[in-house]
Ligand binder design. Structure first.
Ligand code: ADP
Ligand code: MG
Ligand code: MG
Length: 250
């Protein structure tokens, strides 16, 4: 599903990603962990097509298609979803209406007809029930006055509605409370299927108590320096990141 080959990226004169290789197959959940400043969010942004960074080498493939040169919109239309892509507050536009527009734009880009209104309603109802999202929440203005937990709920709802092939969740917010963690984890676990792949980026092992990854990678200083199963997350929780640094500097 996702294949990253020898990805190098810079911002200004600073090289941030120094040769990332990553293979993620459909049906898999991968966790990317690593100390602050390792390049985790940079990697997520670059996969989604953020052009703040300059990709100096390497390629990114989605379903064997090189998407390295595509715009963020084109990538989104092909099924790449990055959490917090739409953090903007839009007074007067409800969560539901925003999603309706986003879905129809995606369909249009893929040369599909608009989803008929009754089908859309059914789809919204199904997904909101699956994720235990309150009706009242769906009619609120997008992100306006949302709490941390509500932002997460909205993010997961967007993911459920857009049914991305590849979802990348960058849990940059270390202040996530336990409720927000549960919202994310429940959503991810319910939306996981053999047709999609999920990459969870997290500094803390805690989230991985709820989302069990198939693979864990440690990003350090712009490189994936270690990969393993879920036990690697526990090892990191126990030992911190210092031993990784020591190993790399040795
Ligand atoms: P992580 O998410 O692992 O904490 P980031 O990807 O946010 O790491 O950052 C990696 C490195 O790139 C850091 O040294 C950070 O200061 C630098 N960096 C990231 N974004 C920018 C930017 N927009 N301008 C300058 N430096 C940046
Ligand atoms: Mg980050
Ligand atoms: Mg190359």
């Amino acid at each position: 599903m996702l294949s990253i080959k020898n990805l190098h990226a810079t911002i200004g004169d600073k090289e941030i990603l120094k040769g990332i290789n990553l293979e993620v197959k459909a049906g898999e959940i991968h966790a990317i962990m690593g100390p602050n400043g390792a390049g985790k969010s940079t990697l997520a942004s670059i996969i989604a097509g953020n052009d703040t960074y300059e990709v100096t080498d390497g390629e990114i493939y989605l379903d064997n298609e090189d998407i390295s040169e595509l715009s963020p919109e084109e990538r989104a239309h092909k099924g790449v979803f990055l959490s917090f892509q739409y953090p903007v507050e839009i007074p007067g536009v409800s969560v539901t209406n925003f999603m309706r527009t986003a879905i129809n734009e995606t369909r249009k880009a893929n040369k599909l007809e608009e989803m008929p209104a009754n089908e859309m309603l059914k789809f919204i109802r199904e997904k909101s029930e699956l994720l235990e999202i309150d009706r009242k929440f769906l009619s609120r203005s997008l992100n306006e006055g949302f709490s941390g937990g509500e932002k997460k709920r909205n993010e997961i709802f967007q993911m459920a509605m857009l049914e991305p092939k590849l979802a990348i969740l960058d849990e940059t917010d270390s202040g996530l409370d336990i409720d927000a963690l549960r919202i994310v984890a429940n959503g991810v676990n319910k939306l996981k299927s053999n047709k999609n792949a999920i990459v969870v980026i997290t500094h803390y092992q805690r989230l991985l108590d709820y989302i069990v990854p198939d693979f864990v990678h440690v990003l350090y200083n712009g490189k994936i320096v270690k990969s393993g199963g879920k036990e690697l997350a526990h090892e990191l929780e126990e030992k911190g990141y210092d031993w990784i640094k020591l190993e790399q500097e040795a």
